[in-house]
Design a protein around this ligand. Structure first.
Ligand code: AMP
Length: 238
């Protein structure tokens, strides 16, 4: 597999279609880290709804003000707001060649809304990449996770994915810190609230045939290899 792996359908004629890769997984499963690795391998943009919301919070924009209470509680932002943000992002020119969605869809309604957007805009979900991690492991990973200050928040953990220099991001050198919503009380709330809808999303993509399940308790490089293989298999089939 090389950088040249195609995830977009041939251009021209009525078959033109933008392929979307959807990352599915609980908080702490490694979606963000793996989405960034896949983006580099495939030459596609990776978009995290969590990063978009945190950026809006930092800017104190109207979107930031409307999502603040949900992020602070560790609750899901209402579907209507989230779908609007993604619809705008998918309309950007850099998404035309394909895109990796990290953290969207997170509910069955969002998955259905994405299907509707795809139908309207000649896009398709090529693969829903589900990183499966046991609950106890998720709790352990979220405690101790550190992220940097960049908009796309590179993420580290002393166990399994430490930075090369303690307390500094490998990519941009900014200081690392704990995310507000990784504090123990919020972690439990996030997992309690977000796991059930995530299983519905898994079920949705199982139904459409796009689901690819990857064991997320393997070393980080092996998870990346399996994700790339899954994308290759799906690209060859459709
Ligand atoms: P993340 O960085 O993906 O863990 O997202 C951080 C927070 O942003 C989540 O706990 C939710 O409050 C919110 N969020 C991110 N993506 C979504 C989504 N697809 N639907 C609803 N809320 C979301």
């Amino acid at each position: 597999m090389t950088h040249a792996t195609r995830v977009t359908a041939p251009r021209g004629g009525s078959t033109t279609e933008t392929r979307i890769l959807v990352m599915v997984g609980a908080p702490g499963a490694g979606k963000g880290t793996q989405a960034q690795r896949l983006a580099a391998r495939l030459g596609l943009p990776s978009v995290s709804t969590g990063d978009l919301f945190r950026g809006a919070l930092r800017d104190d924009s109207p979107l930031g003000r409307s999502v603040r209470p949900y992020l602070e509680r560790g609750s899901l932002v209402p579907d209507e707001i989230t779908v609007r943000v993604i619809a705008d992002r998918l309309a950007q020119p850099d998404a035309a060649a394909g895109i990796i969605l990290d953290g969207f869809p997170r509910t069955r309604a969002q998955a259905a809304a994405l299907d509707a957007l795809c139908a309207d805009r000649r896009m398709a979900v090529l693969a829903a990449l589900y990183i499966d991690v046991e609950l106890d492991e998720l709790v352990a990973r979220l405690g101790g996770r550190q992220v940097c200050g960049a908009p796309e928040s590179h993420s580290y953990h002393p166990r399994g994915n430490p930075p090369k220099v303690a307390g500094r991001c490998d990519v941009d050198g900014t200081p690392l810190h704990e995310r507000e919503d990784d504090r123990p009380a919020t972690v439990r709330a996030r997992l309690r609230e977000q796991l059930a809808p995530m299983y519905e999303v898994v079920d949705h993509y199982n139904g459409t045939g796009a689901l690819c399940t990857i064991a997320g308790d393997q070393p980080i490089d092996e998870v990346t290899r399996e994700l790339v293989r899954a994308v290759e298999r799906r690209s060859a089939r459709v």
